[in-house]
Design a protein around this ligand. Structure first.
Ligand SMILES: [Zn+2]
Ligand SMILES: [Zn+2]
Length: 372
């Protein structure tokens, strides 16, 4: 079968900027030198581009994980054009198809099943899904956001203005135009490109699967460090509407911290999270599966498997009961009966079920960790 046509503009952008970053940037450094301002401006601009993609294109527009004030949306739109990753409308359309048909080599635009190179950058070098390029039917909701429409309409102009304008402006201010064009212009673009591309490639190839093995998405703390928190990709593919990717407070997810902070100062609302009961059940189910696979080699596999299943069923039952009770208790609280509800039946029941759940959790953990 004939290979799809090469998209020369992408090939040229990626290869020229890559080459300049690898050769031109160090060469200029040796001949002219850089100072702390070059480093600071580059790091800040990488952060701006990266967060515009992760907090804006990804968690806000592709997944509606929260709502953001128009000023923030305009900043994301400008930062997304600066990151040179197509318009938010196009990006979100691709990304929703990625989630819907993940790992399907025909339909997933950056299917990791086609290997590292394809999912990282190869998918953008040829017209693989040409027929789909102008079909924005899966992002009809985004067409109601005037910021998305404005950015889509003026994307090329915005991309040119930011990619040349920002480095030039900083260069004139600092007094080293060429140095800033190389660092803030090219180096920043190349790093920000590949860091985002890692989410499609590495985060589907390397890491753990604590929540689901129905697709290739992986959780990887190291990748999270380079991708503004998007390395917890197994969680994300399991609970895509959650504004967090790293759900524990200590997991490195600056995108989550940014959204949380914007909410605290009134610039973001309706942050969506997945209930802890669903997360705990997904994790327990994966452990059960892993334990079953491992213990199949043991002589008394059937016996242990039956015990594990029974304990798992108990755990799920306890989780359901405890969280139902918690919901009832919180409902009371919502009705401004805080004092009364602390002495209420619902509260007593929840406390009791919570300690039952904790006991069952310990039984389950001590059992399953022997095998999983
Ligand atoms: Zn993915
Ligand atoms: Zn996503």
């Amino acid at each position: 079968m004939k290979k799809p046509n090469i998209i020369w503009i992408n090939v040229l952008i990626f290869s020229i900027t890559g080459l300049v970053a690898l050769v031109g940037v160090p060469w200029y450094g040796v001949v002219h030198g850089y100072d702390g301002y070059h480093l600071l401006a580059t790091v800040l601009c990488i952060g701006y581009c990266g967060m515009s993609i992760t907090a804006g294109y990804h968690r806000l527009w592709s997944h509606h994980a929260y709502e953001a004030n128009i000023v923030i949306r305009v900043l994301y739109a400008i930062g997304g054009a600066f990151a040179l990753q197509n318009s938010a409308l196009h990006w979100s359309s691709d990304h929703r198809i990625h989630h819907r048909y993940v790992d399907n080599n025909e339909k997933d635009p950056y299917s990791a099943k086609k290997g590292f190179w394809y999912s990282h950058i190869g998918w953008m070098l040829r017209e693989y899904q040409r027929e789909r390029y102008d079909d924005y039917s899966n992002v009809a909701d985004l067409k109601r956001d005037p910021v998305v429409i404005w950015q889509h309409k003026y994307y090329l102009l915005l991309a040119a203005l930011t990619n040349f304008g920002i480095p030039l402006a900083i260069g004139f201010w600092h007094g080293d135009v060429w140095g800033m064009l190389l660092t803030v212009g090219v180096l920043r673009l190349v790093i920000s490109h590949h860091v985002t591309f890692f989410i499609n490639s590495l985060a589907h190839l390397w890491g753990r699967q604590p929540y689901s093995d129905k697709n290739t998405a992986k959780d990887n703390a190291l990748i999270a460090y380079f991708t503004f928190g998007e390395g917890y990709h197994n969680y994300h593919h399991s609970f895509q509407f959650d504004y967090r990717n790293g759900i524990r407070w200590w997991q490195f997810d600056p995108t989550k911290w940014l959204i949380w902070s914007l909410n605290k100062v009134g610039l973001a609302q309706n942050l969506r999270t997945c209930g802890n009961d669903r997360i705990e059940k997904a994790k327990a189910h994966m452990l059960l599966q892993k334990a079953n696979e491992r213990l199949s080699a043991l002589p008394n596999a059937d016996e242990i498997s039956a015990i594990l299943h029974a304990e798992y069923e108990h755990l799920v039952e306890h989780i359901n009961q405890a969280y139902e009770a918690k919901k009832a208790w919180l409902e009371l609280q919502k009705n401004h009966l805080i004092e009364a509800c602390d002495k209420s039946e619902a509260m007593k029941q929840y406390k009791e079920l919570k300690s039952n759940l904790q006991e069952q959790r310990e039984r389950w953990n001590s059992l399953v960790t022997q095998y999983a």
